[in-house]
Design a protein around this ligand. Structure first.
Ligand code: PMP
Length: 362
């Protein structure tokens, strides 16, 4: 069976493409996990093999990010959306203000959710130009409980090239669509969260990494699963965790390590993105939607001269084996999501298709 011929070039924004070796390991262990006689999805979360899986996942994630024990690693559920609630519920004390950088749809959703729990200050926004850039002007409130930003704006194709400057304030990050795409200095962050379905694995688990000293901020009497302490006290097993999804993440972390770690992955991602941006910039026909200095390595958004041509492009791309290129329903246009596991050859193939389309339709 030729796997590469059987599979499309999958540009889905999430759930997204996984490394082939991860899929093969999943297939192998679905019926009989490492000779235990029990399939990976059928195994108790209290069993010794699963204990090993979750512990190894945490160990490998710590190793990839160079993260010491002053951080806790939590495996939660509810997606990034649930973190939009948990962050203010745990970290925003009575009478305090939290600062939000509003750089896109998901950032806006996080900010709106937080208004339910306290006072919110918008410390920076790029709404004036349809979220096409990362604002450099940031005005923090006097003593924010934390400063929240979204490192990569999945829909608009923009990404912070460096963390916002927040001094000694606690930096909180929704890194759902770019965690593990590059090396970050984790010490700069108070709390980072990410849903797994892009670079980290498959939908189901949501990873939270947080400075342990923030745990004391949680007020009494939060619903048990909304309290970060619950996950820390019980090794993310107060209740049944999403075992299969954690297993896939564990495989993905191993894969990144085997590939050479985050610096190697970052280098690769930069090259892949450059191929596609170069194709866009060298053409009069395609137009990138994000400002150059704010461009994302993960989600590359572009437009064609008319919506009619865009419809035709998507249709013809589908027939040629390029899936998931349609932009988010809120913004239209095109979006090529090229997460870690997306192969460089697929990016080059897309640029060839684009050139060919331009010749025929331009
Ligand atoms: N934040 C970002 C940056 C995202 O890309 C997404 C999903 N695409 C979300 C939040 C929402 O995540 P979830 O569906 O896991 O709640």
């Amino acid at each position: 069976m030729n796997v590469s011929k059987e599979r499309l070039n999958n540009f889905s924004a999430g759930p997204a493409v996984l490394p082939l070796s991860v899929l093969e390991a999943v297939r192998e262990n679905l019926f009989n996990y490492q000779g235990t006689g029990i399939g990976i999805m059928e195994m108790s979360h209290r069993s010794a093999p699963f204990e090993e899986i979750i512990q190894t996942a945490e160990k490998d994630l710590r190793e990839l990010l160079g993260m010491d024990d002053s951080y806790a690693v939590l495996f939660t559920t509810g997606g990034a959306t649930n973190q939009n609630s948990m962050v203010p519920m745990n970290l925003l004390g009575k009478g305090q203000t939290a600062d939000y950088l509003v750089t896109g749809y998901w950032a806006e959703r996080a900010m709106k959710e937080a208004t339910k729990f306290g006072t919110i200050h918008v410390a920076g926004t790029s709404k004036d130009r349809e979220y096409s850039y990362i604002p450099t002007e940031i005005k923090l409130s006097q003593a924010p409980a934390y400063v929240h930003f979204t490192s990569n704006n999945t829909i608009y194709g923009t990404q912070f090239s460096a963390e916002p400057e927040v001094g000694r304030n606690v930096l909180v990050c929704d890194a759902s669509s770019d965690l593990l795409c590059r090396w970050i200095e984790i010490e700069k962050y108070g709390l980072v969260y990410a849903g797994a379905q892009k670079n980290l694995g498959t939908a189901g688990v949501t990873i939270v990494m947080m400075k342990r000293d923030l745990l004391s901020r949680t007020p009494a009497n939060l619903p048990v699963l909304m309290d970060y302490n619950t996950y820390v006290k019980d090794g993310s097993m107060f209740n049944t965790p999403p075992t299969f999804s954690i297993y896939v993440s564990a495989l993905v972390f191993k894969w990144i390590k085997q590939e050479g770690g985050l610096k190697v992955i970052e280098e690769r991602n930069r090259k892949k993105a450059a191929i596609l941006y170069q194709a866009i910039d060298s053409s009069e026909f395609f137009r990138g939607t994000a400002e150059k200095s704010s461009r994302s390595l993960m989600n590359i958004t572009f437009r064609l001269p008319s919506e009619e041509l865009e419809k035709r492009f998507i249709k013809e791309a589908e027939s040629a084996g390029f899936s998931g290129l349609k932009g988010h329903r809120n913004v239209g246009g095109m979006r090529a999501s090229i997460y870690n596991a997306f192969p460089a050859e697929g990016v080059t193939e897309l640029t060839q298709f684009m050139k060919d389309f331009e010749r025929r339709a331009g």
